[in-house]
Ligand binder design. Structure first.
Ligand code: CP3
Length: 372
């Protein structure tokens, strides 16, 4: 047993996973873990509109901590929304019960020229303050995560104004004015670099880029438009903190997604993690990928499906997560059982099996999980 690895705290575990290293157990958190499936979240939201929660550090810190207190997740993502920087770039935003609404969609080269690169500390200082307070409250052993939307996904909202099936307006813009559209993605990328660097300076241990709608693109368009803007951000942030890139429904894009430069790729349930690792090699971390709908299945299925996911990577460079955000009506017990299964699953057994099969055993896998 190696003493240094047996006593890993949550942050060390998380950062090791980001480096693709072997782990005693996989760290686990859930996208959208602060949300409506928690009664304490609903209670707070009954008193405060969504954007008020985002823009009031005390409230944002409180809701960010709710899933940590209730479920003991291994990482705390700061409560905010990917559309906050769109507003700071100059596109007014409403976030009501019907979802986001951007009141002045960006649909011309002129509108693109008017978008501002903003100072994150003055325009979105509430987020940086929330991160600083979270880091204080959680202490040095727990990673606090920052995030932003990836440029293509941001452009979908900024051009469409609302989420719409098919994304005809944004795709029409891309096809008819490719140079202006590329400039839009570039401006979003530049604003996002400053925004993420400020979050890291405020104490975020890692940051995640959400590319929820990249799966809407075919491989040639993804390569030509979305990918260079993601690469621009990742090279702009490189060295400051690990970057996790979440791509949804992106199985047809994987060869290009692998070129983003991200430390960790976060994928949905359509992707087999073991096959992806075999394709990409050991250097890259992988995050995922339980279908959030599985949390509506009986508890035994949640446990069995989660264990199957964990077995695929054998505890090497794996951050256990859902394949997309947790759904509003999810039973809390199912979320609890997902987190618990992840935290109790020790890879000491994997090391023992490898030894009995005569496979080379790395020192890091040869110990038991330290109870947390
Ligand atoms: O993960 C977390 O707990 C941190 C908070 C977080 C929220 N949104 C809070 C939120 C994060 C990381 C996001 C990211 C986000 N926001 C994405 C990318 C991830 C994904 O889920 O695909 C997208 C596409 C958005 C845009 C957005 N915000 C939509 C489409 C909606 C409406 C849909 C919905 O779930 O209601 C929102 C609102 C939103 N953002 C809510 C939360 C908790 C629900 C608002 C409420 O409390 O009523």
């Amino acid at each position: 047993m190696t003493a240094s690895t047996a006593t890993l705290n949550r942050k060390e575990l998380f950062l090791r996973a980001c480096r693709g290293e072997a782990l005693p157990r996989a760290p686990v958190w859930m996208m959208r873990q602060a949300g409506r499936y928690l009664p304490e979240y609903r209670e707070l939201r009954a008193k405060h509109p969504f954007l008020e929660v985002c823009k009031t550090p005390d409230l944002a810190v409180e809701v960010s901590l709710q899933p940590f207190r209730r479920l003991g997740v291994d990482a705390i993502i700061v409560f905010s929304d990917i559309l906050i920087p769109a507003e700071a770039m100059g596109v007014p935003l409403e976030l009501g019960d019907a979802g986001p609404h951007l009141l002045e969609p960006v649909r011309s080269a002129d509108a693109v020229q008017k978008l501002r690169c903003f100072d994150p500390e003055t325009e979105t200082g509430f987020l940086m303050e929330a991160i600083r307070r979270l880091v204080q409250a959680a202490g040095p052993d727990v990673p606090v995560l920052g995030f932003a939307g990836a440029p293509w996904t941001m452009a979908c909202y900024m051009v469409e104004g609302r989420t719409k099936e098919g994304f005809a307006t944004v795709k029409g813009f891309l096809q008819s004015e490719p140079a202006a559209f590329r400039e839009l993605l570039h401006r979003i990328a530049q604003a996002t670099i400053a925004y993420l660097v400020a979050q890291i300076a405020a104490g975020a241990a890692a940051v995640q880029l959400f590319d929820t709608w990249c799966g809407e693109l075919a491989l040639p368009e993804y390569r030509e438009f979305a990918l260079p803007a993601v690469q621009e951000i990742i090279s702009g942030v490189r060295g400051a903190a690990p970057v996790i890139y979440y791509s949804k429904a992106s199985h047809h894009l994987m060869e290009a997604v692998a070129e983003t430069g991200a430390d960790v790729l976060s994928v949905d349930w359509r992707v087999n993690l073991e096959a992806l690792r075999a394709k990409l090699g050991p250097g890259i971390g992988l995050q995922g990928n339980l279908d959030p709908a599985t949390l509506f299945a009986p508890p035994e299925s949640v446990v069995a499906t989660t264990k199957n996911i964990l077995k695929q990577l054998g505890g090497r460079g794996h951050i256990l997560n859902l394949g997309h955000g947790i759904l509003p009506n999810t039973p809390i017990e199912a979320a609890q059982s997902f987190i618990r299964t992840g935290q109790e699953y020790s890879f000491a057994t994997t090391a023992a099996r490898q030894a009995s099969e005569g496979l080379e055993k790395t020192p890091e896998t040869n110990f038991r999980q330290n109870a947390s």
